[in-house]
Design a protein around this ligand. Structure first.
Ligand SMILES: [Zn+2]
Length: 383
């Protein structure tokens, strides 16, 4: 199922001031042509027409958002953030309402290129961005106030691009994983069963996605804990935390790894298989460890269950982007597909998936020479 959203999404057929706002954002990004003044004399007349939908789809595609042609909470925020370019405003750290935008992404990118650790390139001006900016200002003889104003911008623009190729911060992220020992003792892993409480996710007969992924999460918790890891679940049966609460929990727990669990569903009953998602825009910034784990976990699940391999994909969902550790979402089969559903309803298959996740986590944390062999194909019913 798609990402959680509490805002009533805008889509084809809608009209009014909110649609006018979307038009303005799309025009600023030159995704829609400038409108004649007579065309939308009244904001109430602004209509979500096919051209709007096409432009929104294009924007979502480029941004690594779910492409549905509608403007929900995430797309709306991404549209607002895309309006900012570096130099439009003073950038500084506001702990209460952190500044977000493409100008922040640009600044973080620039600092990383110059060799400063400004935290993840996520477009959110946090404490790490401030620390990186202050370090840069100190080194270049500027007032080290952590605010990106005209003088700092000038300095950033005057400096040539010194680093090409891999991003230093991402390389550091890989290195810390290599150094951190051969077992899971001391590893903190947050497992996030999707939905919960009144949000059941997709429902197939008496089975809800929410219950299924909670069961799966408990099995994974058991396997990982037995291997020495410390495991936290983001919710119980009756809770439905917001995405921000889920990622906040993982950040607060200082987790080493975050795994969100969903099953998928589609109106076509032919859709089936296993997909995984990691943070990335598809054109540049991404989490290398996240991508690595997304591939490992999907391959292990596919190898052990025989479910269809739908690949790993970069996404900019908040769940992946606001977690400060490598984060992956696994969509384990389609509850709307007759065979996938039968498999998922089998408790032994769910135990097999838990074993696959354990193997993937071990592969991620174990040094290469201790790599266990790839999972064996186990038919449910025989394990
Ligand atoms: Zn879901």
């Amino acid at each position: 199922m798609g990402t959680d959203s509490s805002m009533q999404p805008l889509g084809p057929g809608d009209r009014g001031p909110a649609v006018a706002d979307v038009h303005a954002a799309l025009r600023a990004l030159t995704l829609l042509p400038a409108a004649g003044s007579a065309e939308e004399a009244s904001l109430d007349e602004a209509a979500y027409d096919p051209a709007t939908e096409l432009a929104v789809r294009h924007f979502q595609q480029v941004r690594g958002l779910t492409v549905d042609g509608r403007v929900g909470e995430e797309t709306y925020r991404a549209l607002s953030e895309a309006r900012w370019s570096l130099g439009d405003r003073l950038l500084h750290h506001d702990p209460v309402r952190p500044m977000r935008g493409d100008d922040v992404t640009n600044l973080q990118d620039r600092l990383h290129e110059l060799g400063y650790d400004a935290g993840p390139v996520d477009g959110v001006f946090g404490a790490e961005t401030e620390a990186g900016l202050r370090a840069f200002q100190r080194d270049y003889g500027l007032t080290s106030d952590g605010t990106c104003g005209p003088a700092t911008l000038r300095a950033l623009r005057q400096l040539g691009r010194k680093v090409t190729g891999g991003r230093p911060q991402l390389l550091r992220q890989s290195a810390s994983f290599v150094e951190s020992g051969p077992h899971l003792i001391g590893r903190r892993i947050v497992v996030d069963p999707g939905h919960g409480g009144t949000d059941t996710g997709f429902t197939a007969g008496e089975t809800t996605e929410a219950d299924l992924v909670l069961d799966l999460a408990s099995r994974i918790e058991g396997r990982l804990a037995a291997a020495g890891a410390t495991v936290y679940l983001t919710r119980g049966r009756h809770q439905d935390p917001t995405p921000a609460e889920r990622t906040g929990f993982a950040n607060h727990a200082r987790a080493d790894l975050f795994l969100s669990l969903h099953t998928d569903a589609h109106s076509s009953e032919h859709a089936r298989g296993v997909a995984s998602y990691y943070y990335g825009t598809g054109s540049g910034a991404s989490s290398t460890v996240g991508e690595q784990f997304a591939n490992l976990v999907r391959r292990e699940v596919v190898a052990r269950t025989g479910m269809l391999d739908l690949g790993s994909h970069p996404k900019t969902w908040d769940l992946l982007r606001t977690t400060r550790m490598p984060a992956v979402r696994l969509d384990c089969g389609y509850l709307s597909h007759p065979v996938d559903r039968l498999l998922l309803l089998d408790a032994r298959l769910r135990s097999t998936v838990a074993s696959a996740v354990l193997a993937a986590v071990q592969r991620l944390f174990l040094p290469a020479e201790a790599d266990p062999p790839t999972g064996t194909f186990v038919l449910p019913g025989r394990s």
